[in-house]
Design a binder for this molecule. Sequence first.
Ligand code: HEM
Length: 434
Amino acid sequence: LWNDPGGLVNGRKASAFVTTDEIPLSVFFNIRGDIMSPEFSVLREKRPVARMITNTGDSAWYVTSYSLAAAVFQDPRFSLSRTALGGTSERDDVPFPPITVSVMKALTAAGLRGEFMRHVGPQQTAAPPRWIRQVASEAVEAMTREGHRADLVRDFALPVTLAVACRLLGFPQGDRHLLAEAVDMDVDFGAYEPAERAASWERLRRHVHERFCGGTGREESRHQAGSGLIGGLFAANRHARQREADGHASPGITPLSDTDLIDIGCMLVIGTVANPAAFLAIGGLALARHPRARRRLARDPEAMPGAVEELLRYSIMVGGGLPRVATEDVRLGEVTVRAGELVLLATDAAHRDPEAYPEPDEFDIDRPPSCPHLRFGGGRHYCPASRFSRMVAENAFGALLERLPELRLALALEELEWLPDRHVLLPRRLPVRW
Ligand code: HEM
């Protein structure tokens, strides 16, 4: 597709070059959340559905155009649940337990969707906007007490996200570090051996069991039972099981086993920390790099919801792509995806598609509404916490810019070091000053 053998892609020596249909995914597996490699534009233009090799050595189709990625999200012939069944290509060495791949489907079948939405919908009371704002303001105050420099990952994105996650899910705040470590091992497939990652999942399972499911039975380990989203799901599920045992089962509802609900609880820990922390860090980086937008937001908080939408589009957060498996042969652009083949949706590349967004590389908080971004996915698996996540971001960025309108990067962009090999991107450190 292009002819620069020996060049650097994503700052790494490209190991192979594009002369055939087979392109090692590692070449395209994005590690930088600040700059979209120009190779993505070439790929989108020349081969918007390209053949790739995943980390496990399996083949996959890699989709970089907006219209095709959006079409796959909406097309029921591309299944997320099927990615968990054996016999298809895989994206990663440590696949999550099948029940966690389609969480809302499992919760709906168990009659728990309503309980889930009670905790993340507009009526939720555990983490109201005022509380989020206060948590973020406290993190920013702590930064300023240290001087005029801070690390936006360590001092802002992580503490705010972890405090919110504990509150939302029902963990005590003292569990923050444990959750952070578990999430780190689950989204990073490079720094840890598959066995280490599997052991980390087991540790998190035991912890969720202890906290929400009675665990050892000791009073202190059960003090969270029934609280927060995970506690609420366990309580509602126990209630449904009791009704079933009493002969009053609700038709069409099959309560979950504790084993499955624990796995779902672990997945919710990842969902509540990985993407939200990456968004506060990488969105914060965009704000630090764009003084006009930043000062305008400090002056005019009304502009924040529009700015958060643009940050959701503009931020680069996905390492590989969101996976789907074709359930039958489907024509996609100029290729035919065969039944059983894996498709990876590179939503960040889609967000920089000029066909969907004029001047896609510009960060413009007044961008007129055009195509809806794909940051929360699309179709059947659209993130159920999108509204909650927007509210968290508006309040967290609001608190940051209210106090630090002159926030800027404390080093050159090229000097930022990104953690390699992650499904959800994150810089190792994000030094800022003001
Ligand atoms: C900035 C924050 C967030 C982003 C960018 C984000 C992104 C996404 C995306 C892209 C998907 C769809 C995945 C796919 O289609 O393959 C998704 C699904 C999901 N998200 Fe989020 N998410 C965020 C926050 C949260 C939070 C706070 C929760 C906590 C409850 C959450 C829970 C879920 C769940 C349960 C699903 C699965 C939906 C299903 O089973 O169909 N997310 N999220």
